[in-house]
Design a binder for this molecule. Sequence first.
Ligand code: F6R
Length: 249
Amino acid sequence: MTRSPNVTIFADKAAACRSLAAELAKLIRETNATGRSVVLGLATGSTPIPLYQELIRLHSEEGLSFSQVITFNLDEYLGLERQHPESYWTFMHRQLFDHVDIPAENIHIPSGTVGDVAAHCAEYEAAIEAAGGIDFQLLGIGRTGHIGFNEPGSPRDSRTRRIELDPVTREDAAPAFGGLDKVPTHAITMGCGTILAARRIGLLAFGAHKAAIVREAIEGPVTDQVSASFLQDHPDACFYLDRAAAGQL
Ligand code: F6R
């Protein structure tokens, strides 16, 4: 049976990110109090930047510690060195990791330059399992309905793997790369199955340009043509929207 995901509509993205940051801070503090590490699945892109800024503020002003937080990022472009300005390694360090007390060994981001991609993906899956699975998975949504880089056609039970980026996704990334020809054609992404195995999932979407795909994800059929629609079947998935992104619901 299909269940509706939980949807919360906020006045603006700042309010949505403050709310989610408070939720994550509570999860981190409560889990650490029991002596366990928290495992977070993290996303890149423009959407989560205000969330990361609020988490940094909670760290510097309210003593939130990331010393017992373990992270797994959703994806990385294939062919980019860590130091490339558009790599997700660079993004995560600039936007979050360089500003909090997370131990370097707790950070996991797929490699964009690994030789044996299949073995690397299998190791990534094994590392998530060894950490006890993902407590909270943060997501954005692409115009193709992708979560991670699970482009249309990605099976529900797919795991971490190499994927060809959809032309729409590459077009959206072109300005940041300074031209479509500079955007990588492939990436490594956690699979839909990897994401759906998280105990709780939060998808952030802001702006009118996300409204149509947000409607399809929440109210449309569950289909591999819109990976985010798989969240309808997850027992604890929540959409954090601003008014514009919720405009077609
Ligand atoms: C990022 C990711 C993608 C983005 C999505 C939205 O790690 O996996 O699914 O969340 O493409 O990107 P923005 O936030 O830039 O609109």
